[in-house]
Unconditional design. Structure first.
Length: 173
């Protein structure tokens, strides 16, 4: 098979997936579970040490961040994988940009956690701990509130003390 034919086959498979409403729902498909695990392994890969301009050059990010962003998005889309909790812990240092577009890992990690229903104790603790940071912008805290609501079923909003009390009670403390 020629390289062009192989590309055309991959694009046809991508088009079929993008046009099938069922692919946007989480389902129990072992092939997708294996793909999610493989995507997760690639999160730790070495990526080129270069900056990439997005949104007409208004936003500059590292190739590593863009690669991880795309891997997390793919995991969320297929509904399988595990988000490294270190992504939630990354300090938010990004300054506002003209386009108001951000490709940093913490907000995408929160969204992916919600999509994956990643609700183990360590993840819930990491989300609450991140929500407790005073230096994060309110919109970013909203991403963590949303993820917490999705994985716990609780609706405690931005009340960090209420989240901590609820979590302490849940853990028997």
């Amino acid at each position: 098979m020629t390289a062009n034919a192989a590309r055309q086959d991959l694009l046809a498979a991508l088009d079929a997936s993008l046009n099938d409403p069922k692919t946007y729902e989480r389902h129990a498909d072992q092939a997708d579970a294996q793909i999610g695990r493989e995507l997760g392994k690639r999160l730790d890969a070495a990526f080129p040490d270069t900056e990439i301009g997005l949104i007409g050059g208004c936003v500059m990010i590292s190739a590593a961040t863009l690669a991880r962003w795309n891997l997390l998005w793919a995991m969320a889309r297929i509904g399988y994988g595990r988000v490294p909790l270190s992504y939630l812990a990354e300090t938010w240092r990004t300054e506002n940009n003209r386009a108001e577009k951000y490709f940093d890992l913490p907000p995408l990690a929160a969204w992916t956690i919600a999509r994956l229903s990643q609700s183990d104790d360590e993840t819930v603790e990491a989300l609450i701990t991140r929500l407790e940071r005073d230096e994060d912008p309110l919109w970013l805290k909203g991403d963590f509130v949303g993820a917490l609501g999705a994985v716990t079923g609780q609706r405690l909003g931005y009340d960090t003390a209420a989240w901590r009390r609820w979590w302490t009670t849940q853990r028997g403390g």
